[in-house]
Design a protein around this ligand. Structure first.
Ligand code: NA7
Length: 551
């Protein structure tokens, strides 16, 4: 397919503008919204995208914090649908940093001439289904309203940043930032006393980078994570050429792996092999780039407690070896969860940061943060005076972005209320009672646990095919049946229960200590793996979109 071909008849958009209703509205111009726009144009639909930021890129637009970079191999992350884009774009590193990924998003937007159909700086506050008109009415934060037959949310899995509910946050006199809304201007750490709160995947990247130039750094850690080496390196010309020549094979490998990464699980069980062979295998994975140690490990380490204990013990030893002060090492070793049962942060010298004389680790389980004061962070045993506080405190994951929009379906029913006891969906793409609404990276969808563009392409293609099917048959309305929704939700719960991560608190189980009502574990991700998910979606389509009603 040529990426530059003009695929959308201009006349349809002009007609939509005159009648005041589009065929489709997409919320969000990140990885999924951009591709969905391109594909719907291909169907000849009039489409409008509303994006809160002033540029495309979603995650890569907002998360500009120091150290932000891929944990997926760059060359497995880009869109696969356009040979022209694959040929022309060059990744400079195996795991590109955020500025390069944002440039990539802009490169794609320019290639496909996407921006003419995107309205930037436009946050959506409410969406309401109008049953009589069979349209969605979309209300912008500035009060403006737009209408469309189809509404597609492309609002990202981790796009609602959350601040900690620590008293006094507003009182701090110095600079303060949340990593998920990092300023566009350069922030300097030189000669400054900096505090970082949070040690998830974001905190680990930010702490490692900030430690290179900071005056003094204090890290406030509540739960240590099992971090593994990223092993990033620049891309040389020969590798670049080899990758470009083998993109189809690369994407084929990703397609068949659990999370669409290049790493496939080893077919053996951990305890099937002797201790020496196991150790050698772990050592090999530890020395290799990317998520291999998480996704390419023995097939049972993420589902069997005993198998998991073997890799957990290995990782424990690694941390002890890398930290000079044994007391600090013990603080950095997780005690309440096994390796891989929470999102594994990949690191490039994270542990060594704690060997620096100008870095201090504060375990806030030992000495809880009592409040933020005008001068810094007050814990139960002292006041840490700082010039800057960085909140790497994460996101209201997956359902959080939906909660920020007042979504009302049939009979004015609110999505927030429907999902009060956990999400209920069909394929993670549709919801009974919310006709013509598609959730591209919604709960229960494989994209929630995935090398995102790989799953997003599948979802967008599937939704596009469904809309194409409706046009062909003359249908104007599609809705998941309550039975299909019940069965899918049950399937999500059943597949989830096999996985150890569902027995641990983390954003993957919908836990966020800073958001009311998000302290109970909830099945929000699809843990059956991307290949199984694709199979299910394909089967639904092949059986004439079974589980949906059309009108
Ligand atoms: P995470 O993984 O949710 O991490 C947030 C961190 O902030 C985590 O260490 C939390 O500790 C900590 N936190 C949150 N609130 C507090 C308070 N009130 N006090 C102390 N510490 C707190 O978010 P990330 O941004 O790192 O990563 C999110 C995903 O983005 C990541 O997985 C990638 O896929 C991309 P806790 O663990 O809750 O004890």
């Amino acid at each position: 397919m040529s990426a530059t071909s003009e695929t959308r008849p201009r006349a349809s958009v002009i007609a939509a503008e005159r009648s005041g209703a589009y065929d489709a509205i997409i919320i969000g111009a990140g990885i999924s919204g951009m591709y969905q726009l391109h594909r719907l144009r291909g169907l000849g639909l009039s489409v409008r995208v509303f994006e809160a930021g002033d540029g495309v890129g979603g995650t890569w637009y907002w998360n500009r914090y120091p150290g932000a970079r891929f944990d997926s191999e760059s060359w497995t992350y880009g869109y696969s649908f356009s040979d022209e884009i694959l040929r022309e774009w060059e990744w400079s590193e195996h795991f590109a940093a955020q500025p390069e990924t944002l440039r990539y998003c802009n490169f794609v937007a320019d290639k496909l001439d996407l921006c003419r159909d995107i309205e930037f700086n436009c946050r959506i506050r409410a969406v309401t289904y109008d049953e009589i008109a069979n349209q969605w009415e979309v209300e912008r934060e500035d009060g403006g309203r737009e209408r469309a037959r189809f509404l597609i949310t492309a609002i990202g899995p981790l796009s609602a940043p959350t601040m900690p509910t620590i008293p006094g946050v507003e009182s701090f006199r110095g600079e303060s930032y949340h990593t998920g809304t990092w300023p566009h201007e350069q922030v300097s750490f030189a000669n400054k006393r900096v505090a970082v709160i949070g040690t998830g995947a974001t905190g680990v990247q930010a702490i490692t980078e900030i430690a290179k130039t900071v005056g003094h750094l204090t890290v406030f850690q509540r739960t240590p994570n099992w971090c593994a080496p990223l092993h990033n390196r620049p891309m040389d010309a020969a590798t670049q050429a080899r990758i470009k020549a083998t993109y189809p094979e690369i994407f084929a490998v990703c397609r068949e792996s659990f999370g669409c990464f290049i790493h496939q699980a080893d077919p053996r069980n951990a305890l099937e092999v002797g201790p020496e062979e196991r150790e050698a295998f772990f050592e090999k994975l530890y020395g290799e780039p990317g998520f291999g140690i998480w996704m390419g490990n023995f097939r049972d380490v993420l589902i069997d407690q005993e198998a998991n204990a073997t890799i957990t013990e290995f990782m424990r030893r690694k941390i002890r070896q890398r930290i000079k002060d044994p007391k600090v090492a013990e603080k950095l070793i997780p005690t309440n969860h096994g390796f891989g049962t929470r999102r594994v942060p990949l690191e490039s010298g994270y542990y060594e940061v704690f060997n620096q004389p100008n870095v201090r680790l504060v375990d806030v389980r030992e000495t809880p943060i009592e409040r933020i004061t005008p001068a810094g962070v007050k814990t139960s045993d002292s006041e840490h005076e700082v010039d800057m506080i960085i909140y790497a405190t994460g996101f209201d994951a997956i359902t959080g972005a939906f909660d920020r929009i007042d979504v009302r379906g049939m009979d004015g029913r609110r999505l927030r209320e429907k999902w009060a006891d956990g999400p209920r969906t069909y394929l993670g793409l549709q919801i009974a009672g919310f006709p013509n609404l598609f959730t591209l990276v919604g709960p229960h969808n494989a994209a929630t646990f995935c090398n995102i563009p790989r799953c997003v392409e599948q979802n967008v293609d599937w939704v596009t095919a469904l809309i194409g099917h409706m046009r062909e048959k003359g249908y104007a309305r599609v809705e998941a049946t309550p039975d299909a929704e019940r069965d899918w939700t049950q399937h999500v719960h059943d597949t989830g229960k096999r996985m150890l991560f569902t027995q641990v608190d983390s954003w993957m189980m919908g836990i966020n200590s800073n958001v009311a009502g998000k302290q109970k574990r909830t099945f929000i991700v699809y843990a059956g793996g991307a290949p199984k998910y694709r199979e299910k979606c394909d089967e639904v389509a092949a059986r004439g979109y079974v589980g949906f009603t059309f009108r």
